[in-house]
Design a protein around this ligand. Sequence first.
Ligand SMILES: [Zn+2]
Length: 174
Amino acid sequence: MEQIIQNLKQQARESWSGRTGEERAENLEKYLRNKLEEYSKALGISQEEILKSWEEDRNYSTINYYQECNQPSIKSDKTKVFETVEDMLKSIGKRGFRCPSCGGISSSPYECNSGLEMAKGKTCDWKVYGLFGDLGKGVFVYCKDKLKGETIFMPIAWENNEVEVEPEPEPSFS
Ligand SMILES: [Zn+2]
């Protein structure tokens, strides 16, 4: 694992010259160690396995891949962890996903196919992996059997229990 981290730091260092490259390398190491510790504790999976799974998944530059949007907090209320992909699919069911842009129901968790017209002649084709992502309305799912996490549109089945609302304060008549 140390070897992988050193290699990644080297890539970060080479992404920019001089002091900036060195800062990038240091920031990357800090980021990786924090994330690995958090994920490992929360998932009960070794840091090395998690790092290797990220490296397998990574198909673009180190600096761009190791970012909060790709490794969000695993303990937040915007995250759901499943033992298996099957468990996740069972939980999602067949009701589809809420598109963050048009608010319609999409059968794809990544690309809206609700068929809703956003402007004349233009139907919604919002993509969760596009520039503006899930507009903060999606959910990050992690499946432990695949060691894989990704952001998807919010499944309709999770809409009412996903975001926990603070309880209303009890009315007081004093
Ligand atoms: Zn849409």
